[in-house]
Structure formats: structure tokens, C-alpha cells
Design a binder for this molecule. Structure first.
Ligand SMILES: Cc1cc2nc3c(=O)[nH]c(=O)nc-3n(C[C@H](O)[C@H](O)[C@H](O)COP(=O)(O)O)c2cc1C
Length: 407
């Protein structure tokens, strides 16, 4: 069952159709979903938090400025802790507020703070639904990625009125929720993808190591974006200070050699995306004891040896994934160097980024920063993407992977 164990946040707006949510909660719960409700102020004129709480067997949320819930910024938590947000009935007023990003009540704040998919079930008088203002808001919301179910044609609560504006029936809303949460319908469902992320640490002695400025933000964002499209994501991460991405299996490693072994262990895979900033060199010898500073003695000399090239190793591997993508951090001749790497490493794409401090990207540059500007170099040409957040780069790369793996 698709809804089994899924967390659904039901935001109930102030319309006559709010009574149908009593049945909707039952239908969702009998399919195994966990339902939490937010009631707008207007919704409470139509249905009570008491009945919604009894049916959902969960606390009901009504107030943005709730002292108990907001001690840990509860509205942000509500926004994050769900697999789907359903807004039913979605009133004309709610559509207007959300289309314009208002966060003046709990429902608005949650909807603005969420990255979760949102399903609106509008319900209103046919004149309100047909009004140019509502049409505009509908277009904006659809453009922002909000999904819709209904409204249907039929009798209105107002006597003698009929037309388009009746809220979809609870079972139609359930079916729309199931379609959105069904991983089998996602483009990368059933595809296994290995992603590497972060820096590597190359030990000098038990306390010192060679590292680089990679934060793991780009690789982790790619892992999350691929998981969002239904992929079975295997993330191999070097030491980072950011949380694990949602929906990915994470293997933590320290050195380039550990990373190589972990990646090989995870083969076979449909695609490999090598985002980690793997150290090119490690020390030739690794001492088991801390190198001591001794008065009068020479400073130690570190001899470096080359680390294995993980991307090239996988690009030419006998179990090479169907699609291999590598990142190339360059400070000069970015495209030219990326093109050379394409064949040398056996990759389908090299995603080149200019990591020089004066690249003009963000405040702190690409390495360790939150923004990126990349050039996607493939065998049949190259495409320069404008500067955007690392999450946006990740979404575009996930779409590229989906296109290549499903072609
Ligand atoms: C009896 C009654 C029924 C209403 N039914 C609807 C409705 O079906 N759809 C709608 O968009 N607004 C309806 N409204 C108006 C909303 O309650 C009003 O716009 C409110 O501000 C919506 O707030 P909310 O979106 O925060 O819940 C109704 C108002 C009343 C008094």
C-alpha cells in the first residue's frame, strides 16, 4: 500500500467542504497513513479541532504563535516532517495567500517553509473559481509546483447554485495523494546510483591530515535530488559537517583509498556521479605515532604519492555503470581541461566548475559556498548554466540523469 507509513499533513481551510475532511482523514488512515491536521482560523468555524484530533489520533495545530509548539519553531518542523501536504478545502483566500507567499498564519508559514510536495483540493463558489484573480493565482501556484485535484462540477452548498467549484471527493483526494507518493511512478525508480561527496582526509600521522575546502553541499544536494526522483541512492561521503540527505543510504569514509573501496563495493549501479573533491596525493608513509616537534631538529619533509583516480577507475571498470559523470574543480582553462578529462576518465559528462576565489560566484566562491556555476561538458558539446544555488544545480543534474537513464 502506497500510503502505508506515509506522513501526511492536512491543512484544512475555511469552507463548507471542511466537513469532508472528517471522512478524508479516515480514508487516509485506513490506508496506513499518519495524518496530522492544521486548521485555519476560518476552518474552525466549520469543523472543530476536537473532532479532527479524535479522528487523526494526533495533536491538531491551529496557531502560529503557540507557546508550546513554537519553543522549537514548530511550524518549520511541521513543514519538514511530512511526505505530502494536502490542503483541503483550499479556499480562494488560501490560494491567494499562498500564491503571494504570505506567512501570516500557521498554514501560510508551513506552506512557505516546506520543500515537500503540496496537493491543493480547491472548493469554492463557481464565480470565485472562475474569477480572473483566482485564475491568476492558480497559474502562479501551478508554476510554483503545487499539484491540484479538482474542483469538480456539481451542486453547491448555496441553494440553486451549480458549476465548477465542488471539492473533489475524499477518495479522489486519496487517489491523487497515492499517485504523488507512488515511487514506482517516479522517473528514477528502480535505478541504483552511486554518488560521492565531500573532501577526503589523507592522514599524515594519527592527528594530522591533508584536506581541502569541499563542504559536501553539492554532492549531498545531488543525492537528495536523485532520491526525490525515486532513485536508490548510495552516497559515499568524506568527512563533512552537514546532515545526511533525505532518502539516501550513506557510507562514511575518510581517505581516497577508503572511498575507492566503498564505491567498488557498491557496484553494479546504473549511474555513478563523482562529486567528491578527492585528494590527488597522500603522504608516502603514514606513521602510527604523532610526529614530534623537537627543538633544534629539522622540520619534517612530507613525501607525497598519487592517490587512486576513482572517477577514471570506474569510467574504465569492467562493471562500469551505464552513465558516469565526474566533477572537475578547475581554476583555469575550465572547459579545455574538462574536455580532456572526458575521454581520459571514461566519463559521459564532466561538470566543470571554476573554484578560483575570484570566480565571482557567491560570497565565498564555489568550494565551501552555497552557490555554483557549472559548465556541463559532454561528448556532443557543452552547456554553461547560469549561477544558481547548489540545490538548483542538483535538480538540473538529476533531471539530466533521468533523461539519460530512461532514454
Ligand atoms: C458560510 C461560509 C462558507 C464559505 N465557504 C467558502 C468556500 O467554500 N470556499 C472559499 O474559498 N471560501 C469560503 N468562505 C470564505 C472563507 O471562509 C474566507 O475567505 C476565509 O478567509 C478563508 O480563510 P482560510 O483560507 O484561512 O481558511 C466561506 C465563508 C462562509 C461564511
Amino acid at each position: 500500500m502506497v500510503l502505508d507509513g506515509k506522513r501526511i499533513l492536512l491543512i484544512i481551510g475555511g469552507g463548507i467542504a471542511a466537513y469532508k475532511c472528517l471522512d478524508l482523514i479516515r480514508r487516509l488512515r485506513e490506508r496506513g497513513a499518519n495524518v496530522r491536521c492544521v486548521l485555519t482560523k476560518a476552518a474552525q468555524e466549520f469543523v472543530t479541532p476536537l473532532s479532527m484530533g479524535a479522528l487523526s489520533a494526533e495533536k491538531v495545530f491551529t496557531d502560529l504563535f503557540d507557546r508550546e509548539d513554537e519553543h522549537d519553531v514548530g511550524h518549520i518542523r511541521l513543514a519538514r516532517e511530512s511526505d505530502l501536504i494536502v490542503v483541503a478545502p483550499a479556499t480562494a483566500d488560501m490560494m491567494a495567500k499562498v500564491a503571494h507567499g504570505h506567512a501570516s498564519d500557521l498554514a501560510g508559514a508551513v506552506l512557505l517553509a516546506t520543500k515537500t510536495r503540496v496537493l491543493f483540493a480547491p472548493a469554492m463558489n463557481p464565480q470565485m473559481w472562475a474569477h480572473p484573480a483566482t485564475r491568476r493565482n492558480l497559474a502562479v501556484l501551478k508554476d510554483d509546483g503545487v499539484y491540484f485535484v479538482g474542483p469538480n462540477r456539481g451542486e453547491m452548498a448555496e441553494s440553486g447554485e451549480a458549476g465548477e467549484g465542488r471539492m473533489a471527493e475524499p477518495l479522489e483526494i486519496v487517489a491523487a495523494a497515492e499517485a504523488l507518493l507512488d515511487d514506482r511512478l517516479k522517473p528514477l525508480s528502480g535505478k541504483r546510483i552511486i554518488v560521492t561527496s565531500g573532501p577526503t582526509h589523507e592522514p599524515i600521522d594519527p592527528v594530522r591530515y591533508i584536506a581541502n575546502r569541499s563542504s559536501g553541499r553539492q554532492g549531498h544536494a545531488i543525492a537528495a535530488a536523485l532520491a526525490e526522483l525515486g532513485a536508490d541512492v548510495q552516497l559515499v561521503s568524506g568527512p563533512v559537517n552537514i546532515p545526511d540527505p533525505d532518502g539516501a543510504n550513506v557510507t562514511r569514509v575518510e581517505s581516497a583509498r577508503d572511498m575507492k573501496a566503498a564505491v567498488e563495493e557498491l557496484l553494479p549501479a546504473d549511474a555513478g556521479i563523482f562529486v567528491a573533491a578527492v585528494a590527488d596525493w597522500r603522504t608516502a608513509t603514514e606513521t602510527g605515532e604523532k610526529i614530534k616537534k623537537q627543538a633544534g631538529a629539522d622540520v619534517p619533509h612530507l613525501e607525497l604519492v598519487e592517490n587512486p583516480d576513482i572517477l577514471a577507475g570506474i569510467g574504465h571498470h569492467k562493471m562500469r555503470p551505464h552513465l558516469v559523470i565526474g566533477f572537475a574543480a578547475e581554476t583555469q582553462n575550465v572547459v579545455e581541461n574538462a574536455r580532456k578529462k572526458l575521454s581520459k576518465k571514461g566519463a559521459d559528462f564532466i561538470i566543470a566548475n571554476d573554484v578560483s576565489h575570484d570566480s565571482g560566484v557567491g560570497e565565498s566562491g564555489v568550494m565551501g559556498g552555497t552557490r555554483n556555476r557549472v559548465i556541463v561538458v559532454g561528448s556532443d558539446g557543452e552547456e554553461a548554466w547560469p549561477e544558481m544555488s547548489k540545490e538548483e544545480v542538483a535538480e538540473k543534474i538529476a533531471a539530466l540523469v533521468a533523461e539519460r537513464l530512461t532514454a
